[in-house]
Design a protein around this ligand. Structure first.
Ligand code: SF4
Ligand code: SF4
Length: 397
């Protein structure tokens, strides 16, 4: 008992960044501990041929021994030759499905005679732990924190869901060909904003996690883990660092962000927008899978008797014609204007609005674009032939 107390003090006080080793056979203990602490634990699962986030209660819920193959317009899962729990990169879903959900009922109204009453909103969400958050995804959550609760306007729905979330991040030890987090300065190593961070080490005769706390809440969970994880030796720490370095070395895709804001503002009339418009289907997949896109619309629906009505908030996309509908019509009626709006907002307007790029380099929009349009390639094309048409419009659609 005394030894446990001493260790807890050691973790919480002098050296919160000390790394420990959690054996694979003890991983369930971490899950159990989070559940015992009242968290609904959400993590990676394998469903319908993709790795998606869902409730996880035991290791059998994880995509054990599965990985993903990604290219522009291509995604497949396939078996690995080991039993890794986090041996994939990112799937079609991001954590925004929990923090900024696709559909939220804002209110319900019921009519009785000539009066109506507004019923209570949805109950507060459960306390959640997000398990398996990648560096790029954590960067996306940080951006959405800024926009949806830290900026001029606070979204109470996001704030209620975000409050008390416990984040277990995972350093990437492999990258997909679509990843370009290194260009956006977001990964593959997790830099902050987590409660615990794991690095998975799988090899002949060994399967373990190097685990480190990033907050007091994380340190408390670490201190309560039993059996007590051992302190990572220098050799193990170096192995973990090398595994993340391996992921870094795999990342070949680049997005040159030098002067990108001005490049896109000045390239407003670049012929490349016509080129991409011939390929883009305006399906909106890219905005749906993007972990930072946050636009929504509001819809009212009622039953046929007119006694019950509901107001819903739903994800919207700048790729739809209705998105820019104002009195008299849509101001972005062409495909060209909609693709340009999306990319220029992500990579230029965001810098003015929020002081940061709207892209974290996760690569999802590349993978899930049915025609394989690649945001990095589109930027490169504009950069390599800086248009003769440098009219610039600085924010107008
Ligand atoms: S860029 Fe691709 S994913 Fe995005 S709207 Fe166009 S076709 Fe769909
Ligand atoms: S724009 Fe594409 S690569 Fe960038 S964060 Fe969104 S989905 Fe990921």
């Amino acid at each position: 008992m005394q030894a446990t107390q001493e260790r807890r003090t050691e973790i919480l006080m002098p050296d919160a960044v000390r790394q420990y080793v959690l054996e694979r056979r003890d991983f369930q203990r971490l899950l159990d501990l989070l559940i015992q602490r009242g968290y609904e634990v959400l993590g990676p699962t394998l469903r319908d041929g993709a790795i998606v986030y869902d409730v996880v209660k035991s290791l059998s819920d994880f995509p054990v021994g599965w990985t993903d193959e990604q290219q522009a317009g291509h995604y497949r899962v396939r078996r690995r030759n080991d039993e890794a729990l986090f041996g994939y990169t990112v799937g079609p879903q991001s954590w925004k499905k929990y923090l900024h959900p696709a559909e939220v009922r804002l209110l319900t109204a019921e009519r009785t005679g000539q009066t109506f009453r507004i019923l209570n909103n949805e109950p507060a969400p459960s306390r959640r732990a997000l398990l398996g958050v990648r560096a790029c995804e954590l960067a996306a959550i940080t951006l959405q924190d800024r926009i949806l609760q830290g900026d001029r306007y606070r979204d109470p729905i996001y704030a209620a869901r975000r409050q008390g979330v416990f984040i277990v991040a995972v350093n990437c030890t492999q990258a997909a060909p679509t990843c370009f987090c290194t260009s956006m300065g977001t990964g593959p190593r997790v830099r902050g904003g987590y409660d615990l961070v794991l690095t998975e080490l799988v090899g002949p005769g060994k399967h373990e996690f190097v685990i480190e706390a990033g907050s007091d809440a994380g340190a408390e969970v670490l201190a309560d883990l039993a059996p007590e994880p051992s302190v990572a030796t220098e050799t193990v720490r170096q192995e973990a660092a090398a595994a993340v370095e391996h992921a870094t070395s795999q990342i070949q895709r680049r997005l040159d962000t030098t002067g990108i804001r001005d490049l896109l503002y000045e390239g407003f009339d670049h012929p490349r927008w016509d080129n991409v418009a011939q390929r883009c289907l305006t399906c909106a997949n890219c905005t749906m899978v993007c972990p930072t896109c946050f636009c929504t619309t509001v819809e009212d629906v009622s039953d046929v008797t007119g006694t019950h009505a509901e107001r819903w908030r739903k994800w919207d996309s700048c790729f739809t014609q209705n998105f820019s509908y104002i009195h008299g019509g849509s101001i972005r009626s062409s495909v060209k204007s909609r693709y340009r709006q999306w990319m220029t907002h992500k990579l230029a307007f965001w810098i003015d609005q929020f002081g940061a790029s709207g892209c974290v380099g996760c690569g999802r929009c590349i993978t899930w674009c049915p025609v394989g349009i690649d945001i990095t390639e589109e930027v490169r094309a504009i950069r390599e032939s800086p248009a003769s048409s440098k009219k610039g419009n600085h924010g107008k659609p």
